[in-house]
Design a protein around this ligand. Structure first.
Ligand SMILES: Cc1cc2nc3c(=O)[nH]c(=O)nc-3n(C[C@H](O)[C@H](O)[C@H](O)COP(=O)(O)O)c2cc1C
Length: 210
């Protein structure tokens, strides 16, 4: 039983950090004592996919030749290992220019790999990892969801597609919107109401609870 807690904001005093921390706190009331692993992409960004990694992934032959133990795949293997060991994943992320920040994209580029976390078939990509709940706390300066949305949302559809590719189809989004114009008290209230939507049934895939 393990919760992987990922943060993406570069700001210490961050709405998405507070939100993801509150999600973890709520999950711990349902999964008491569960160990937490941390991956802080905001404070310790991982490098973007480099030349050696791109060369390894270029063709099925180069991938097969590299093998899992290749230096070029070391970081990817470490990050995939963290994901595989997690029974629940919590991501706190800002919305940047209608989608995920580049630090989260850099992580995604290491996690999705043909013949490791997904299969490429004529019908599309099929996940190789077992499904598990993923909670995504999003902080956005403006509004991208609901009746007052006035900007595109490429974040949720994109993450849903990416996570679905590797087999994670149980994604719960918790959007804390309008951070550029709501005050702290309002943000606290929204955060509390988002946390209140997390129910034990959302953890039905967690092995120890099945
Ligand atoms: C580079 C950059 C791009 C941003 N793009 C958007 C955007 O497309 N839509 C939006 O609503 N807010 C946008 N914002 C505002 C952030 O989403 C908002 O400040 C959010 O609260 C940041 O998350 P944090 O509080 O966890 O750091 C952007 C901020 C930055 C720095």
């Amino acid at each position: 039983m393990n919760i992987l807690h990922i943060d993406c904001s570069p700001r210490p005093d961050s709405h998405s950090r507070r939100l993801s921390a509150a999600v973890v706190e709520k999950l711990l009331t349902m999964l008491p004592g569960a160990p937490i692993s941390r991956r802080d992409l905001g404070f310790e960004p991982i490098p973007h996919a480099g030349a050696a990694y791109a060369a390894a992934l270029a063709t099925p032959a180069s991938l097969a030749a590299a093998g899992r133990s290749a230096d070029a795949l070391q970081l990817a293997e470490q990050l995939i290992d963290e994901v595989e060991r997690a029974d629940v994943i919590v991501i706190g992320t800002p919305m940047n220019n209608f989608t995920v920040p580049s630090v989260l994209k850099a992580w995604i580029d290491q996690i999705l790999r043909v013949e490791r976390t997904m299969k490429s078939t004529p019908a599309g990509k099929i996940g190789m990892l077992r499904d598990r709940p993923v909670f995504v706390g999003i902080a956005s300066g403006g509004v991208f969801a609901g009746d007052r949305a006035n900007q595109p949302d490429f974040l949720r559809p994109y993450l849903t597609a990416v996570l679905g590719c590797i087999g994670f189809n149980t994604v719960h989004y918790l959007p804390l919107q309008g951070t550029s114009f709501i005050d702290e008290a309002h943000a606290d209230e929204v955060r509390r109401s988002l946390i209140a939507t997390i129910e034990p049934s959302m953890l039905s895939l967690v092995p120890s609870l099945v």
